[in-house]
Ligand binder design. Sequence first.
Ligand SMILES: [Mg+2]
Length: 387
Amino acid sequence: MEITDIRTVTVDYPAPDHDIEPDRPAWTEDGPVANPMTRYPRYAAFRPSWRPPWGSIGVVVEAADGTIGLGMTSHGPVVAPIIDEHLGPRLVGEDCMATEKVYDMAVRLCAPFTAAGLAAYAVSGIDLAMWDLKGKLLDRPVYELAGGPARSELTCYATGNDTDWQLELGFDAMKLACPYGPADGRSGLEANAELVEDRRQLIGDDRDLMLDCWMAFDVDYAVRLAERCRAYDLRWIEECLAPEDIAGYRALRNRLPWQTITTGEHWYRPARFQTAAADRIVDILQPDINWVGGLTAVRRVADIAAAAGISVILHAGGNNPYGQHASLALPDVPLTEYFVATPPGVPLEYSHRLPGTAVPEDGTITPPSSPGFGIDLESIELTPIDG
Ligand SMILES: [Mg+2]
C-alpha cells in the first residue's frame, strides 16, 4: 500500500485531571542545572531562561486506505518545513511497509545540509510515524515488529533531583542533574560533590546513583569532579562534554579509566556511535529515539553496541511510547530512563503524557500490546501546521 500523505501536525491532549496538592514544588522550578551557558551570568541561574522556545510536533504518515501513523519530534517550528516542504513531498508514493527504504531516502535527501542536528529531528518524526503505521496495518505492537519482546517489562531508573520522592515511587536507581559547572569554581565543585554525597547517604549502598552533566564541563573539570565523587560510587557520569568534542571524550576515557562514561542524547545518525563504540570512548550509548533518526536509527545503534559488546540506554526512553517499545524490543537495552516530571506527592499517572503511554509502577513499566506504538489517537487532537 502506498503512502498518500506526510504532514506535520500540532498534537493536543489534556493533562490528566486531579486536585492533589504537591508536597513541595518540583526541583525543576528553581534549581540551577549545569549547562553550556553557565559561564554567562545572565543565563546561569536558570536553564529554561535560554533554551529554544520551540515545542514538540507530530508527524502523520497516511496510507492509501486512510490509516495513519503518528511520530513525534522536538524543535517543531524549525523542523516542520524540512518535512512539509522537502522530505514529505519526495517520500509520498513509497510503500507503507518500507521503513528501511524510507529512512534511507530521508537521510540521503538531507545530504545537502546533513541528516544531523535539526534535520535528524525531521527524519525521526517521519521514521516513527512509519513504524506506527506499519504496526497498525499489521495489527501488531511495534516492539514485536522490531524483534521483541526481549523482556517482559522495563526496569527504570529515575532522573531528577527529588530523590526522596523517587524512593517513595519505588525506583531502585536514580540520576542527578549536576547543578554547577566550571564557571562556579571550587565552591561549585564542592556543592556538586555534597549533593552526590547527600543522595548517596539517602539511598544507601544498594541502589545505583548516576550524575548527568548536560554538556556543561571541559575535560579538566570532569576529571576533578569524578575524582572528588569517587567515594560515592557513581554508576556512571553522563554527557560531560560538548557532543562534537570526540577528542575530549577520548582524553576523558584515558584520564578516568575506572569511571563508567556515557553520552549520546545529542549525537545524531549511527556513524558517530560507531566511532565511539569502536574506540571504546564511552561505555554506554544513549541515543534519543525522537532525535537520532527514529527507531530505524536506534536499531542500527543497538547493532553497533552489540558488535562492540557495550549497551544502549535510550535517553528518556521510558517517557514516551517510542522509547518504551524500542527498550522492550532490543536485547542490548538493559535499563530505561524515566524523567520524573510530577512534583513530590503527585503520582506519575497524573503526568501530562501522550495518551496511551504507560507509567512506571514500583520502578517498572509494562507497555500495552495495542497495535503500532499504542498511542490513543481518539484522545488526541491533530491539527495540520501548514494548513
Ligand atoms: Mg542526559
